[in-house]
Design a protein. Structure first.
Length: 571
């Protein structure tokens, strides 16, 4: 159908005699007068050569252009950055990871604002690019469709499927004398066999599930591996779908209601997803002017059955979930069990319940359990709160045999200190390793700790010590690892006051984490405590530390949708 450009943002760069200079640029790029009069659709890719997570995204985005053209739009391709966690992990580069989420959202916003695009199709692969892309969609509120580039296929080593996490854990095993160097080198060469994001239910696949559950992606479009032939079909369909959304004026905030965020949290818990979702869901909601905190996420996690037997806590990878029926298979049984809001809209123009109506339960698979027979009655991710974390914390319990831990603290003021101690095995069974000053502000950047946790697992100590941090853990982390402790140490939270030998009690079943020190002793320590200066006194990390808020609200850097006086889509 023909679109009325006079009511779309792109009128500012294409209509009227005063826009002749603007149109001259489009003629320079080979557009016809007819193409200039169509809606302008931004097709944004986080594609690059930084890591296999992102290497197919540009090609998929180019296919999406075909779908936009078929449906009557004019696509405009552009790119944004990524910081790939698997490569940034374990050194100062990880401080850039969470910051990149904000840069991605900001860069997409600025490109769309500057060029007055009417709609948006976004392609992402590595961890922070998924929430960053969806945050931009919610911020701009133009009709949008999100596409995940797909996961990597599992590697094969010694007769077993392996992922990059096996390599991280083998590093710890090698340091402990349990893995010869030749075996480690053989493993690293086969663990990641090609294109795609990490294969387990780590952060990328978790947020890909979120995109479908929240309604911003087409049904069952995200779990197909990156090399799968269907990825081109999904990309082309996304281009057509965004034009249908534009025709209906169906926008992200119409789709991503508070109930839709609850649906997304349900799916994270049911799939044993990454603890990072408890950071990204509040941040996405913030863009839409919805208050949805770590506490809200934790409450939903607590009442959600754990259904999908996925790595790192389980047996299977994303490819297996795709073959079993995908995200919509999980959602089908959750809806039938009364755990989803079925009336939430999606980018199809239909509701979740309507999309699920044609999904038949696949009884021939054992990757996904029905709600009547869960892996456990509560979700694979649990929220905690208590005297050590008044603003909350989070732990991934999927695959854990024991849900309580109590022991003396061993304190480290950076990840490097902790990793060095683990490498030389300078810790004891039963201790709680506290890694602080790694929060959003104190890091700055709230690093993930996969190198440290994987090294512990490689040493056979993953379930014999606990880790507690105001930073983050990777979606690939397993073991008794509590992250997002708030208030963070840089803000003088209780984690800053812990001393070696203090007893910390953690009960994931009860949802508590407590520092067993008297209030009088804590008051005396608080009086002595002094803020610490971080090492980044200029540049992007300095600016981030100055503006970032607490983790339990999403570690966001601006007031969000609730403070808007106008929205880009309405200019």
């Amino acid at each position: 159908m023909p679109f009325d450009k006079s009511k779309l943002p792109s009128r500012h760069v294409s209509l009227g005699p005063e826009r002749a200079p603007h149109r001259s640029y489009y003629y320079a790029m080979g557009l016809s007068a007819e193409e200039i009069m169509r809606p302008f659709v931004g097709v944004v890719s986080a594609g690059n050569d930084s890591a296999p997570c992102n290497t197919t995204l540009d090609a998929q985005a180019d296919v999406a252009r075909e779908g936009v053209i078929e449906a009557g739009g004019t696509p405009r391709r552009f790119n944004t950055i990524t910081v790939t966690d698997g490569i940034a992990m374990g050194h100062q580069g990880m401080k850039s990871s969470l910051v990149s989420r904000e840069v991605i959202a900001d860069s997409v916003e600025l490109s769309v604002r500057g060029h007055c695009y009417d709609a948006l199709v976004g392609f992402a692969g590595c961890d922070k690019s998924l929430p960053g892309m969806m945050m931009a969609m919610l911020r701009l509120n133009v009709p949008s469709v999100f596409v995940y580039g797909g996961s990597i296929l599992p590697g094969r080593f010694e007769g077993h499927d392996v992922t990059v996490v096996d390599v991280f854990e083998a590093v710890g095993s090698h340091a402990a004398g349990g893995c010869p160097l030749a075996r480690l080198e053989a493993l690293e060469k086969v663990a990641c066999p090609g294109d795609g994001a990490c294969g387990g239910q780590f952060t990328a696949n978790t947020m890909a599930c979120v995109a479908e559950a929240i309604g911003l992606s087409l049904p069952n479009s995200n779990m197909a591996p990156a090399p799968h032939p269907s990825r081109a079909d999904h990309a082309r369909a996304a281009g057509r779908a965004v034009m249908a959304c534009l025709e209906r004026n169906l926008r992200p905030r119409d789709i991503c209601t508070r109930e839709a965020f609850a649906n997304a949290a349900r799916v994270v818990a049911a799939t044993g997803g990454s603890t990072n979702a408890a950071l990204h869901l509040p941040a996405m909601a913030h863009e839409a002017g919805i208050r949805f905190t770590l506490a809200d996420v934790a409450e939903i996690f607590r009442s959600t059955p754990y259904l999908a037997d996925l790595k790192p806590g389980g047996r299977y990878v994303a490819r297996d979930m795709h073959l079993a029926g995908g995200v919509y298979m999980v959602m089908k049984t959750l809806l039938e069990g009364g755990f989803l809001h079925g009336d939430c809209l999606t980018v199809t123009g239909r509701t979740i319940a309507e999309n699920l109506a044609d999904i038949a339960w696949n009884a021939a698979q054992d990757v996904i359990r029905p709600v009547s027979n869960p892996l456990s009655p509560t979700g694979g991710v649990v929220g905690l709160s208590g005297s050590l974390a008044p603003d909350g914390a989070i732990v991934k319990v999927a695959g854990m045999a024991h849900l309580a831990f109590e022991g003396p603290a061993r304190c480290f003021d950076s990840e490097e200190e902790a990793f060095a101690a683990v490498e030389r095995r300078d810790y004891r069974e039963g201790e709680v390793l506290v890694i602080r000053y790694e929060g959003p502000k104190g890091g700055p950047g709230m690093r993930e700790m996969l190198s440290t946790t994987a090294a512990l697992y490689g040493q056979g100590m993953g379930d014999r010590v606990a880790l507690v941090t105001d930073g983050r853990f990777s979606g690939a982390t397993r073991g008794f690892c509590i992250g997002h402790v708030g208030p963070e140490a840089a803000d003088g939270g209780p984690i800053a006051l812990v001393e070696d030998g203090d007893i910390i009690r953690i009960d994931a079943e009860a949802g508590t984490i407590d520092l067993l020190v008297s209030e009088d002793a804590l008051s005396a320590r608080r009086a002595r405590w002094q803020p610490r200066a971080h090492a980044y006194q200029s540049g992007a990390l300095w600016r981030y530390a100055k503006t970032v808020g607490p983790a339990h609200l999403g570690a966001v850097t601006h007031p969000g949708g609730a403070a808007e006086t106008h929205c880009f889509a309405d200019i």
